[in-house]
Design a protein around this ligand. Structure first.
Ligand SMILES: Cc1ncc(COP(=O)(O)O)c(C=O)c1O
Length: 422
């Protein structure tokens, strides 16, 4: 195989011409480099800004100026119920009933809150199974939680690692460890898409295996939400949480999200750490003693909606609603495969692709593991207007995002990695 930029450019032009999602790119601000659009491959870290965000932000500023506290009910999108508008579009993205999801807090806060509900260790059943090398926030959350509950991480946490000389996990190996932990296993807490390798785990199979031994299944969907198709309700997933600043384009530190299966969400006896915004809405302002949760995931809210932090979420979810996850995934599969083909065609490359080659076992991201000169390559492509991200010790992650990337962006990236001018 050889790298022929002209052929790839011709194919990219055709693919961009045929792309029915192409107009969505116009709805985003594309960062600039020397007066031209960068080729942005960092939606796995921070998604781009929808242009409508500024207008919606100004509207909230206007409503605040105009109404003061009355804006809670008088604003165009009343702040009292601002969070509620997200339940339906988020439900469509993660495959859940609207009442099973809520936009609130940030990812790690939601993870801690949900773990307080779902990790109820007993003397016999106290273990948590997770992937080795999980995102550090998850590692720290679980490590400190098990200590808080009176256990030692060495005894309570089981980490599943890839086989020697392999870089991703085999589903059968994860399931074997779930079965081995058996009646000692309290829950599994896995990423949906692994942040470093880009592997999309088989969430229904893991959930089923966990349930079979009487454990619960929860997922950190930071790299999965808005990236891969999810059917949390049908897969019988117990709980999940995510952030919105990656594929959901909702701005740095944007509001997080949580999913709780209805069998728990509507059970007012479920243990939780509560705040007034989770109190049953009809008597929330009675200021009475005694917590009675609002049914659904909303019953896990602590505080009133951070409206300014939710404005970009509104702008972005509107675009997801219009584009649809099915169309986004269909384009994503073609685009990542196109990029992968070009990367394979680069001769004498210093990298190998860590991400599974099976399209069903990955989202849009490809992780390039460098044997040498990875950081130099990363700096060189950045100087050429290509925004990717570097993960220590030796990985460049690139994510062609179907909502705003073009096939020609992918050619620019491949040419730059091939050593030609970007
Ligand atoms: C997989 C994963 N989990 C957790 C986090 C932490 O998110 P936050 O800082 O929003 O709590 C991140 C952040 O990138 C992440 O990628």
């Amino acid at each position: 195989m050889s790298f022929s930029p002209d052929d790839f450019r011709l194919r990219a032009t055709d693919l961009d011409d045929q792309d029915t999602l192409f107009p969505f790119r116009e709805r985003f601000h594309i960062p600039q480099h020397n007066g031209s659009d960068v080729a942005y491959f960092c939606g796995n870290s921070l998604g781009l800004q929808p242009k409508s965000t500024a207008y919606l932000f100004e509207q909230e500023l206007r409503d605040w100026a105009k109404y003061g506290v009355e804006g809670h009910f008088q604003a165009e999108s009343p702040w009292f119920s601002y969070h509620k508008q997200f339940a339906k579009p988020l439900g469509a993205i993660v495959g859940a009933l609207p009442e099973e999801v809520v936009a609130m807090n940030t990812l790690t806060v939601n993870l801690q809150l949900l773990m307080m509900t779902f990790y109820r260790p007993t003397q016999d059943r106290f273990k948590i199974l997770m992937e080795a090398g999980a995102f550090p926030s998850d590692q720290y959350a679980i490590e400190t939680l098990v200590r808080l509950m009176g256990y030692e991480p060495e005894n309570a946490i089981i980490e599943v690692a890839p086989r020697e000389s392999e870089s991703t996990l085999r589903t059968e190996d994860i399931i074997a460890q779930i079965e081995a932990a058996g009646s000692e296993l309290s829950l599994i807490l896995f990423g949906g898409v692994q942040y470093y390798t880009g592997q999309f785990f088989d969430l229904p199979a893991l959930t089923q295996a966990a349930h079979k031994v009487g454990a619960l299944a929860g997922f950190d969907l930071a790299h999965a939400v808005g990236n891969v198709p999810l059917q949390l309700h049908d897969w019988d997933v117990d709980f999940a949480c995510w952030c919105s600043y990656k594929y959901l384009n909702s701005g740095p530190g944007g509001v997080g999200g949580a999913y709780i299966h209805e069998r728990f969400a509507n059970n007012e006896k479920m243990p939780r750490l509560a705040g007034w915004w989770g109190q049953r809405e009809r008597d929330r302002f009675q200021m009475r003693k005694g917590f009675i949760p609002e049914p659904g995931a909303q019953g896990w809210q602590l505080s009133n909606a951070p409206v300014f932090n939710m404005v970009a979420h509104r702008a972005s979810l509107d675009l997801f609603d219009k584009a649809g996850m099915n169309a986004l995934r269909a384009k994503s599969l073609i685009m990542t495969a196109f990029l992968e083909e070009m990367l394979h065609a680069i001769p004498e490359k210093a990298f190998q692709i860590l991400t599974p080659s099976d399209p069903q076992a990955r989202g849009c991201q490809l992780s390039l593991l460098y044997a040498h000169s990875g950081k130099e390559t990363f700096d060189r492509i950045t100087d050429n207007g290509i925004i990717a991200d570097w993960r220590e010790p030796n990985v460049i992650r690139v994510a062609p995002v179907p909502m705003y990337n073009t096939f020609m962006d992918c050619v620019r990236l491949a040419e730059a990695l091939n050593g030609s001018i970007a």
